[in-house]
Design a protein around this ligand. Sequence first.
Ligand SMILES: O=C(O)CCC(=O)c1ccccc1C(=O)O
Ligand SMILES: [Mg+2]
Length: 311
Amino acid sequence: MKLYPYALPLATPLRFAGQSLDQRHGLLIKLERDGHTGWGDCAPLPGFSHESLAQCQSALQALASGQIDEAALPPAARFALDCARWQCEGPRRLTLPANIPLLVGTPEQQLAQFDALTTPPGEVKLKLARAPLEQEIALVYALLERQPKLLLRIDANRGWSAEQASHFAASVPPAALRYVEEPCANLNDSLRVAAQHRLPLALDETTQVADYQYESLPGVRALVLKPTLIGSLARLQQLVQQARLDGVEVVLSSSFESNIGLTHLAHLAAELTPDSVPGLDTLAPLGADLLEANPWGLAKPVITESELTPL
Ligand SMILES: O=C(O)CCC(=O)c1ccccc1C(=O)O
Ligand SMILES: [Mg+2]
């Protein structure tokens, strides 16, 4: 196993969970087995992942020297290892999923991003609970005015109070909402608001606790799962199956991985959640591709293997 640390510049800093990142750091894992090469992307996301990149690095080194086994790896490292092993099973044809544009920033910026899209999407993801509520409701109406059939995946990242979530739900046309991810800090508030307004709920942060076990909850329409935060692909597959048996959609979602990790996520979505469109619109801010040009056709310089320094 070879490990290659990387740092990718971010054109605009990523702001979330009270952090501001201006570089995306990660580690590529390279495995060679039976004539196949497998790559994995280990990129814990500060503010979301519970582990640091340094912890991932020492755990992967301990694994390589036989001191620990894979079950002891932190999630981002396990995700990378499992993807590299999966790729070593042989090549797979990639079918790119439909793009769900991720709109971020102020309501004004989100509207400008929508207006700049070259192909009008059927569905977009909005990051809300960041600006005054009335402005966010106005954003929803501005988008629907432009495209009356638009479907919205709304992510509040637990930023609303129960009253705010309730007011939002009562103010926007229900038919426009695919789901609202994590409206309130308190899950019970989210569930109550969902029941009161028949608001389709999606869970993301709720699934990110280390010992998360699938639980059937009324009003939950979807689980948004981030493989980088979950780790083991077998565990991911188990969660997908449990949710599906319960009639809950699973939407795989990225965490600003490099093109290598994001490409694995596209393969995983095709394999594990073929009936659902994943949320993978996180590549644009990264300033370069690793190893090869990304399959989404976003033009970036490529950092080749020989330009990376192994540990
Ligand atoms: O899910 C998507 O469509 C894009 C990814 C995304 O929104 C996200 C990316 C990094 C960290 C957190 C989140 C989030 O869903 O809250
Ligand atoms: Mg989310």
